[in-house]
Design a protein around this ligand. Structure first.
Ligand SMILES: [Zn+2]
Length: 447
């Protein structure tokens, strides 16, 4: 006890409702944060006297673990509303073409604006996938937690060695910018854009360098047609460009097994089209999944069998994907679309995402010893005062508080700290770039 007295003062956040996810909801609960970690969770009336704390009352707030966006492309935030209505294949080509339409500083502002948007949404951790270091830098600058997976592409096997070398250079640069909150990973993009040789090379490299790996897989019927038979629009593109087709695989997940990728416990992004054999392979490899229901619906790709994955013991988190194929970073909405009770929806958007990113030892629940990543959502007077947990309001309640590693980034609905300092310039630059991209789209696709 005396040891505790000598520590610096912590902060006791008390709220009408605290929802730890790892334990039942607490009426008039409190979370004590000390040195960036959670020191104590419980009913406020039971707060031990010896805890020396400064009190912060969160009126009409439900306090939860910070939301986890398990799959985003923060740097593509300025493409919001630009590529609406394009079929998947044309959309991918348009994303690539858009890269040259605005400058490097615009994509960096885009990533920062995306990170600020995450803060506003109660998101504390992001699993981001990007070809540049823009998202990594934005996560670090905004004080968010995350994994920045650096993307690599290359459909021709002859490109694999060069692509791998170039990836290693980017990783080396990125590792110099890692922080205790933000780690670097790698991401071979998808089976239709990345050769088997490059998947193999990146997988061996990631294992050697102890890097987390994420990949888009089993997203569309077009991808399955390509991987299993070399057909569909991707097969036609390979034929047009005289690219050698990969040997057929039974499924996109079977393709990842063959390249040695699945054995690395990768984060599988989308996984919409997996059969029972794929699900069993994912479960036995202890790979994890980021499901992106609104992005999948945007393209008409269908619905991932999330219930089957969870029943098989697979860790599933939710992702917004980029705002080029979604209109919001709303983790509770994404999780609701994947099904389940409100309790399950909240758990998937917090602990599920933490498990999918293999960060659940540090975050995902409100428990002593975990890092202090918190989100607070505004409740009506009635829900705040009610004797029953506010499940009926929680999934639509506006984000009001975002705390990462004990640092307050949003306080009562207003940005705070580093997020507040960065937002005005980044959001203005991102809005201007978005206008230019909308004009470009209008030029290249006459109405
Ligand atoms: Zn994606």
């Amino acid at each position: 006890m005396s040891e505790r007295r000598e520590r610096s003062w912590g902060v006791c956040y008390s709220a009408p409702w605290v929802l730890p996810v790892s334990a039942p909801p607490i009426r008039e609960g409190a979370v004590v944060v000390e040195g960036g970690a959670i020191a104590w969770v419980g009913a406020r009336a039971a707060l031990p006297d010896e805890l020396r704390v400064r009190h912060e009352r969160l009126e009409r707030i439900a306090l939860t673990p910070g939301l986890v966006n398990a799959h985003a492309h923060l740097d593509l935030t300025i493409l919001r509303g630009v590529l609406d209505g394009l079929p998947f294949f044309d959309w991918i080509r348009a994303v690539v073409a858009a890269r040259d339409e605005v400058g490097d500083s615009d994509w960096r502002a885009s990533a920062t604006a995306g990170a600020v948007e995450a803060v506003r949404a109660g998101i504390t951790t992001v699993g981001d996938t990007a070809p540049t270091l823009a998202s990594l830098d934005a996560l670090v600058a905004c004080g968010l937690r995350g994994i920045a997976y650096l993307e690599t592409f290359g459909p021709h096997p002859d490109m694999a060695a060069g692509a791998l070398e170039e990836l290693a250079q980017r990783v080396a640069a990125a590792r110099g910018r890692e922080t205790p909150l933000v780690r670097v990973g790698v991401s071979p993009h998808a089976p239709y854009s990345t050769s088997e040789a490059l998947y193999r090379g990146v997988s061996e490299y990631a294992a050697r360098e102890n890097l987390r790996l994420a990949t888009h897989v089993a997203e569309s019927a077009d991808e399955t047609a390509f991987v299993t038979r070399g057909e569909g629009p991707f097969g036609a593109m390979f034929a047009r460009r005289s690219l050698p087709l990969p040997a057929p695989a039974l499924s996109p997940v079977a393709f990842l097994e063959r390249t040695g990728t699945l054995a690395l416990r990768p984060l599988l992004i989308h996984a919409v089209r997996c059969d029972a054999a794929d699900t069993a392979a994912i479960a036995s490899a202890q790979a994890t999944i980021a499901t992106c229901p609104h992005s999948n619906a945007w393209f008409g790709h269908g619905r991932a069998p999330v219930g089957a994955y969870e029943a098989a013991g697979i860790a599933v988190g939710v992702g917004s994907d980029s705002l080029a194929s979604n209109d919001a970073m709303d983790m509770r909405r994404e999780s609701s679309a994947a099904g389940g009770t409100p309790e399950q929806v909240l758990a998937r958007a917090t602990l599920g995402g933490a498990r999918a990113l293999q960060l659940d030892a540090a975050i995902g629940t409100l428990e002593p010893g975990k890092r202090a990543d918190l989100a607070g959502f505004g409740l009506s007077d009635a829900a705040a005062a009610a004797g029953a947990p506010p499940w009926h309001e929680l999934l639509g309640a506006p984000p009001r508080w975002t705390v990462v590693d004990g640092n307050v980034l949003m306080r009562g609905g207003a940005l705070a700290g580093v997020a507040a300092a960065l937002a005005p310039q980044a959001e203005a630059a991102a809005a201007a770039a978005n206008r230019r991209l909308r004009e470009w789209r209008a030029r290249v696709t006459p109405a």
